[in-house]
Design a protein around this ligand. Sequence first.
Ligand code: XUL
Ligand code: CO
Length: 445
Amino acid sequence: MVFFPDIAEPVPFAGTAPSDETGGLAYRVYDPSRVVAGKTMAEQLRIAVCYWHSFNWPGADIFGHGTFDRPWLEPGVDPMDGAMAKQDAAFEFFAKLGTPYYCFHDVDMAPEGTDLREFRSNLDAMVDRAGEKMAETGVELLWGTANLFSHPRYAAGAATNPDPDVFTHAAAQVRQMLEATHRLGGHNYVLWGGREGYETLLNTRMTQEADQLARFLHLVADHKRSIGFDGTLLIEPKPQEPTKHQYDYDSATVHGFLERYDLLGEYFVNIEVNHATLSGHSFHHEVAYAVDNGIFGSVDANRGDPQNGWDTDQFPNSVDDLAPAVYEILRGGGFTTGGFNFDTKLRRQSIDRTDLFHGHVGGIDTLARALLVAEAMLDDGTLEAARDRRYAGWAGDKGAHIMDPATTLAGLADAAVEGGSDPKPVSGRQEWLENHVNAMTWSVS
Ligand code: XUL
Ligand code: CO
């Protein structure tokens, strides 16, 4: 069955061509083969579509029922028939959108059945079928992940649950999904700890739970090696929602956790734009922190709503917000195994099948334009030169002397007093830099 009959061909790149030539659906900026900063746009951006919001969510919210037409999610549909119809629609969409990757959770693709054994056999069957569709379409798996947060058994956490049997159940799910990801040639494996946190400290032992989480992550990393999976393991930080507090709060918290439990080099971060803003940071901050500290892995592209305090997962639409972060990614050498996964949801009133195309096309064009701006920022070199000037003192003898372990506080103090220390403030030139970035944003084509 064709689920998107109105879209006959893969969405074309039309540049500034009038919209009636393409029925209104065309990439304006995303030209997959255009070379930007030494690679094609497709290679730089490594765009993925997520299975869950686009195909496994009916448009329900906590106040109301699903609004989307997703026949495979209707009550009464045989679960495996539904899973196959969903998979057919998903791969039809990937191929027509013309993007190279997708991502999924175990439960997005296969019915859970009544026990782990049945879940395992359902997932195996659906993953084999996905493998065939990937071979037909050329679409690859950016990452796989296990859903360790929806089922009631995970209400008090998966790895951090007070009940060790829940930890073991989660281990069974991750083992299978890691192996499925490996079988499909996935490039990464993600762990998002949606329930790895607490609702109240009154019943919580934080250090006990942290030890459990670290044990889980070591077990997963050991298993990755034992099966020969050479993709990257990623942790996706988020400060809260669904729990009041989540342990993987932001990039810096995850970094500290990895260091504390000897997991640096085993895990990298998958930074989500809306999670960054929920943690009180900008997306730019989260990416810059991860790149500078060697833990950057991948991105979940979306945006929040500045007036709402939750994860609205909207399609990105601000070049201004994305460009500085994409600049940091390019400055760090670009993606290796990671990419931009569209962890994005349609609004509940966007009920036409083509809305899913419009959401992705607009978001992808926004990213493509952010990439062009980032390339201009890199080529222009003004920002880096300004940073070099600002820190020039540290690159010289004075900086080396301070950093020398033989230097003491008393020695520095004596030298400051004897030398008549009187350092003069210098301008940070923030407005000038902001104007410069704006000028590049407005002039790039
Ligand atoms: C939830 C979220 C998840 C992860 C994968 O906020 O972002 O969809 O990306 O579990
Ligand atoms: Co996400």
